[in-house]
Design a protein around this ligand. Structure first.
Ligand code: ADP
Length: 559
């Protein structure tokens, strides 16, 4: 297989397409993998944080429940208590009520209080004073008495008094034998209000700190549910729950004092739940990070499409150039062989009559002219390829068109009828006159070349507020609709042009020249009836322009 075979040439392109699509697929796949891994890692990290926060919150609650029992009730020394220092007790109670909002009231009894309020304990509330609450006071005194024979340090009870409260007592014995006690301290917890108050300041700040994870990240959310499934703390919607911890709720620290305690209370199975509302949001955020990749893949595909198009274009161009070279060689061959034959005949002195001589000289002249035309067009084209310099002037477009048509018509006198329709003077344009002349000449040349039996050409100049327009109208072979878009391309020749000389460069040159002047060229045509080629140029913005040429009468016919 030769390397120039089209299939072989197309293969790098097919490989490029496959490689691009493959690369796009790989990028998407690896991003998908990376995001999936990130998602699961994020989930694991959030879960670990949540579990840690849940157990730290459980410990915090436990501390809150243990503090008033283990610290406050042992803060005052036995000798001070025996000496009746209730002022010290009041001090500790005041501190504890501030630190532990879930404690409703503290209480105290001693042999000293027994003198004034026999058979009942006194209560210390947030008003900072010891006060009586006869019914509850008697009930608690009875409770202490009832449990005294068990000789324990702590007594726990539920449903005490008319308000059915929870009570924890600390008994201070006279001696090691625990036969008699001289003081009782204790606390009251209201089962209706205390659970929620566990989450009040100052504890709340510590719980919030535990939920805050790391700075800059949204905090975790806490939800505490009681034994009946009711919400004790937090919002119903805690987001995605990442950790659940069972919390055995008891209003005193059972583990620490159970062995030294009589009486009992029921443990309530609470649940601590920690969730992250942003977890779901973060996940969807991660999915959104596909967008930039998708956009870049789309851009890659667009670039690929453009490359394919450019490749097709350049293949077409290469083909056209090959045609061009073949065409030029062919066009050069005929005049050259005619020239060579004529000169050879002359050289060999074979011409017999003066008429024959003049015939040969005419042939030489005509073929030399044709050759020079071809060379000129090729030169024009190659000039267009380099950077051509333009010299812009304010020009009377009507006069310039008339002069060009006159010069062109001169050589065709008697063969073609040229009608020039110009409403002069003007319009005025800012152009390089030589370039515009060249564009007009190319269109006139085509009008002549592609005329058939009716050899009439009309040139019309008009203007509106913005543009000057010239139309070159012939009644020749016309251009098929399928060729309209392409005849301005370099080297393109419609099928109707095949028996006429040319290289498919004239219109490409016209378009280039007109575009340099900020104008445009287009055409309309009816095959078999003729074509109209139209150049529009922007009007000159100069206010005062003197018309170089005298006023033009119109319409006028030159032949
Ligand atoms: P060339 O005339 O050398 O082939 P051009 O670029 O001037 O190249 O024209 C390109 C093609 O457009 C021509 O080959 C012809 O098919 C078509 N064409 C141009 N002008 C006319 C016209 N006035 N009437 C019909 N066809 C035309």
């Amino acid at each position: 297989m030769r390397l120039t075979h089209p299939l072989w040439r197309a293969r790098p392109l097919v490989l490029a397409i496959m490689a691009t699509i493959g690369a796009a697929g790989l990028v998407l796949y690896f991003q998908y993998r990376a995001i999936a891994t990130l998602e699961s890692q994020t989930q694991v990290i959030v879960q670990q944080f949540s579990e840690q926060a849940a157990s730290e919150i459980a410990a915090e609650l436990h501390r809150a429940l243990a503090g008033p029992v283990l610290d406050t009730m042992t803060a005052v020394s036995q000798p001070d208590l025996r000496a009746g220092r209730f002022d010290l007790v009041a001090e500790e109670y005041t501190k504890a009520l501030a630190a532990y909002p879930h404690v409703d009231r503290f209480l105290a009894w001693s042999t000293g209080t027994e003198v004034n309020t026999p058979g009942e304990v006194l209560f210390f509330g947030r008003d900072g004073r010891f006060a009586r609450d006869a019914a509850l006071g008697h009930a608690i005194f009875d409770l202490a008495r009832k449990h005294a024979p068990a000789q324990h340090i702590f007594i726990a009870a539920e449903d005490v008094g008319p308000a059915k409260q929870q009570v924890l007592l600390r008994v201070f014995w006279n001696d090691a034998k625990r036969l008699d006690y001289f003081a009782v301290l204790g606390l009251i917890v209201d089962p209706r209000t205390s659970p929620a108050r566990l989450f009040e300041p100052p504890r709340l700040a510590r719980i919030d700190a535990l939920l805050a994870r790391r700075t800059g990240e949204p905090p975790l959310r806490l939800r505490v549910i009681d034994e009946r499934g009711a919400l004790v703390y937090g919002t119903a919607d805690a987001g995605t729950i990442s950790a659940r911890l069972a919390f055995p709720m008891l209003f005193y620290p059972a583990d620490e004092i159970q062995a030294r305690m009589s009486g009992s209370a029921q443990t309530r199975p609470w649940q601590i739940e920690v969730g992250s509302p942003e977890l779901a949001g973060a996940m969807s955020g991660m999915s959104q990070s596909y967008w930039p990749t998708l956009v870049s893949v789309a851009l890659m595909l667009v670039a690929l499409g453009l490359t394919v198009q450019a490749h097709r274009r350049s293949a077409e161009l290469a083909e056209m150039q090959t045609d061009f070279v073949a065409h030029v060689s062919h066009q050069l061959k005929t005049p050259l062989s005619l020239l060579s034959a004529a000169t050879e005949t002359l050289q060999m002195d074979r011409v017999r009559s003066p008429e024959k001589l003049s015939e040969y000289l005419d042939t030489i002249h005509a073929e030399a002219g044709r050759l020079s035309n071809l060379v000129q067009r090729v030169l024009e084209f190659s000039r267009m390829q380099q950077d051509r310099r333009y010299e812009f002037e304010h020009v009377d477009f009507g006069a310039l068109t008339r002069e060009t048509v006159d010069a062109f018509a001169h050589g065709l006198a008697g063969q073609f009828t040229f009608t020039v329709d110009i409403e002069g003077p003007g319009p005025y344009v800012h152009v390089d006159p030589a370039a515009i002349e060249q564009a007009l000449a190319n269109l006139l040349d085509n009008a002549v070349k592609y005329s058939d039996t009716i050899k009439e050409i009309t040139v019309r100049v008009r203007s509106d507020h913005h543009n000057a327009t010239v139309e070159i109208i012939d009644r020749g072979v016309g251009v098929a609709a399928a060729d309209h878009d392409r005849i301005f391309d370099r080297f393109y020749r419609a099928s109707t042009a095949l028996h006429r000389p040319g290289f498919g460069l004239g219109l490409a040159i016209v378009r280039e020249l007109v575009q340099v002047h900020g104008g445009r060229v287009d055409m309309t045509s009816v095959p078999g009836l003729g074509s109209t080629f139209r150049i529009s140029l922007p009007l000159s913005t100069a206010t005062a322009v003197s018309a170089a040429s005298p006023p033009i009468e119109s319409p006028e016919a030159v032949s």
